[in-house]
Design a protein around this ligand. Structure first.
Ligand code: IMP
Length: 191
């Protein structure tokens, strides 16, 4: 079965490819000749995942899944949430996003946060949603060099350091995206 992962991020694609059973042939947007910029205009993670998956299925006719992730900070009413990539404005920049968040929480004791990933799967004219949550706290200072985005200031619950101090294999086991993808894969393998 052919299945498109609606992403331009080759790292994510390779990561998922390794986890899928042999009967699923994972295709990238490039593989199907989709070079358009699919605009994420929804105000929820689920909405954006649906926009991307539906664009591919409706335009190219493939079964497809798409993901969208946000960092939700409790004392900021869930911000930056769906706007995580461009929290500090355009052009999107991880350093500016982190600085803006650290400033917003400067005198705040409640630093609880969670990463949430939503995956939308279009399979044989049906739609399925999966989500993955990783709870943690926002640190006061950056810690570690690995990863991307907000990793240096996010410490997952039950772990001694930030995501940016963890090996990717270690992070994948507990991360929002890892958990959502595990749910997707269990579903696809049981279908
Ligand atoms: P995307 O939907 O995976 O592109 O994620 C949107 C934004 O959320 C990214 O641009 C990052 O700022 C942030 N983000 C998503 N996943 C992670 C993560 O695992 N660590 C740190 N930041 C992340």
């Amino acid at each position: 079965m052919q299945l498109v992962f609606a992403t331009n991020n080759l790292n994510k694609l390779e990561e998922v490819k390794k986890l899928l059973p042999d009967f699923i042939e994972l295709l990238s947007l490039k593989d199907i000749g989709c070079f358009e910029d699919i605009e994420e205009t929804a105000n929820t993670l689920e909405g954006n995942a649906k926009i991307k998956a539906n664009y591919v299925t409706n335009t190219y006719g493939y079964n497809c899944f798409a993901d969208d992730t946000g960092l939700e900070v409790a004392s900021l009413d869930g911000a930056p949430g769906v706007y995580s990539a461009r929290y500090a404005g355009e052009p999107a920049n991880a350093e500016n996003n982190m600085q803006k968040l650290l400033l917003a929480l400067e005198n705040n004791k409640d630093r609880k946060a969670q990463f949430r990933t939503s995956i939308c799967l279009n399979l044989d004219n049906k739609q399925f949603l999966f989500d993955g949550i990783c709870k943690g706290t926002i640190l006061k200072d950056k810690q570690g060099e690995k990863g991307f985005g907000y990793d240096p200031i996010f410490q997952p619950e039950g772990h001694p350091g930030s995501f940016a101090t963890m090996k990717l294999s270690e992070k994948n086991l507990i991360s929002h995206r890892g958990l959502a993808i595990q749910k997707l894969i269990s579903f696809l393998t049981s279908e």
